[in-house]
Design a protein around this ligand. Sequence first.
Ligand SMILES: [Zn+2]
Ligand SMILES: [Zn+2]
Length: 495
Amino acid sequence: MTIKVGERYQHLIGRGGCTCIPQDAGMFPDSAIADLSRRRFLATIATGAVSAAAVTSTASAASAPASVSAILPAAIIAKVHAAIDADTPRLLDIFKDLHQHPELAFTELRTSGIVARDLHDLGFEVTEGIGKTGVVGVMRNGTGPTAWLRADMDCNQVRETTGLPWAATQPQRLADGTEVDVMHACGHDAHVTWMLGSARALAGLKADWAGTLVVYAQPAEEIGLGAQAMVEDGLWRRGFPRPDYAFGAHTAPGPVGFVANSPGVRMAGTDQLDITFTGLGGHGSTPEMTIDPVVMAAQAVLNYQTIISRSIDPQSAAVLSVGAIEAGTSNNIIPGSATLKLNLRWFSAEVRDKMIRRIDEVGRGVAIGAGVEEAHMPTRHMKGNAGPLVNDEALVGRVNPSLAALLGPEKVIDDFPAVMGSEDFQEAFRPLGGVPYSFALIGVAPVEMFLNARAAGRPFPYSNHNSDFFVDLAAIPIGAKVNTVAVLSVLAKSV
Ligand SMILES: [Zn+2]
Ligand SMILES: [Zn+2]
């Protein structure tokens, strides 16, 4: 199918973004494609590169000898193209609908309902409500391995500024009655659409594969609690077929048509935690009668940064960001407490433990310095947590040749550097003691926009979680095809 791009991005022209809009996603200029050689692409995006020393024992433990891979036959690849090309108008409708109706973590009722209905119609055995909104669909197709394919469903608290015709415009009402702006700024709407496209394609290609396909939609990836919630709600006690392999993918603002699927450590481990300082509230005019938690919180934010620069081995990658400061209500009232919302990124448990220990020490030091009594030292509340994402080397070695056959060899990047971004995809499989998985990054930015950004010295035209993040519609069938081929690389009868 030909996807018209021109009119979709008119609004971006003159905004400092794209000035040369391709008229047809299927007809990018040859020169642009040639210019996008794999090496140059890598050199540009390697800004988030992680040193080899940061790659921990987790990586080596998961590294298995690469297998000699069997490439899917051209006839199967052609069937995948045909099936998903034919389904693309439906998939675009699904995507736009999901995009216009974003739902925050654990409230993905509308989205999960769409997933469940679609999977049910395709003949999957469907179970809903796992970990509040999770959906699992099982399709048994004879003897063979079991592959799990995942999509996450939740959106972000962001006010969309893309101006796209299918932009989200309605705020979401939270349980406490407050309204917040919401947007799919991380592309999870694309993930769901890709998964539904793969489910339909694989249901139609049953004669070409054998085994069991499990597709599932996970809640609450953004807060790092969704996979854990599904596990705690008995994901592995409900009798679902156990995975031999698992697959997932995420949008990335790289060029459409490219996929990065690399072995080993891919993403950092992460923690979300809240630190609360308790002081003594009072009138803003009489600070001497108070212990000001706002000042303590401010001091802590600055002191935390020395944890990374002074306490962590410079050869190890780590990030500590304070994403929110909650304190006070008014100009002239010193509040009783202040809460800092922290996010950590790390690649080794040792680094993680040290960061948490130092956070406690910094907080305590600040509190003591402010005269806080021992009984009111700062408290730490641990929230979401996920370990590093480590792709199985043998499985990636098996999948990538078929992805190269699907997209073209220069479009499959197998040595993409690890990033400080995180996922909780792998947490679903932790209780099973390790399932080999392959998690890919799929380019969703129009090629011309990507090239223009590079020419302007920026690695990407926009980033996930930004209010101007968008998924080029051309990436919708591509993501569905990539996931389908990944699953077929282990389930096809011919491999
Ligand atoms: Zn995401
Ligand atoms: Zn995200």
